[in-house]
Design a binder for this molecule. Sequence first.
Ligand code: ADP
Ligand code: MG
Length: 274
Amino acid sequence: MTGEHVLRIEGLWAGVADTEILRGIDLEIRPGEVHAVMGRNGSGKSTLSHVLMGRPGYEVTAGSVTLDGVDLLGLAPWERAQAGLFLCLQHPTEVPGVSLEALLTEAARAGGRDPDTVREALVAEAERLGIDERLLERPLNVDLSGGEKKRNEALQLGVTGARYAVLDEIDSGLDVDALATVSRRIQEATDEDGLGVLAITHFSRLLEVLEPDRVHVLSQGSIRVSGGPELAEQLETEGYVGVLGDAAADEPETLVGLPHAAGFGEDPFADPLA
Ligand code: ADP
Ligand code: MG
């Protein structure tokens, strides 16, 4: 323990079987900061989130990850959660038979927090996120819309009181209202509670509400360019070629124009009439 408050990723190399995917990632996220990681499909964004949370199947071959001085890489995923890391899943899991309240009560108990405080926190958080109280009794994520599931993720983040959150494309599959609500809530957590955020996205729209302190562009498993919020705007107007220059030419994808033209899948913010 160093007593220092920071999520620190140093020289991180990781991959699957004999394929290296992450090639030397360095990032430091301090309490209250928002770091956006942007990059084209296949650049390694989800791998980074999986490796940080300890998803089985990935092998870390070099580097370290520490959370407020605690070495995360030696810990099981649930221990990383207890240490203060939260991963907002791109596709939240449906858990039949387990309500949100039951889940969060057990999480509090396991984490040494008073389980009797969960109900109150849950109701307050649901109100902030515009979640109908009846949803709290339902089995976790079962038969919920994409937007409701993402609100649920944000609710869990708020109630567990994690210190650092990794958001893997929290904007995918969200309608604009849900996106605004969820990103506003997370922005408030950075201001009020000092939550540190690593926001993975390929749409700069998310970053209009959730204001990044730093923007990093990932390409072929390493961060090629870092900058302030203006970098996300530059990406929007110039595409990855404009930002990465020659480095973009190394990428396996051939479509390297504007984000919406570059094989990013459906843009949830596209103007349907355009
Ligand atoms: P992104 O989230 O930026 O789209 P990913 O991290 O999902 O990118 O993937 C990065 C690269 O690693 C891709 O080429 C992908 O095919 C490969 N990859 C990711 N996970 C696996 C896996 N479990 N097995 C084999 N290849 C993988
Ligand atoms: Mg991904």
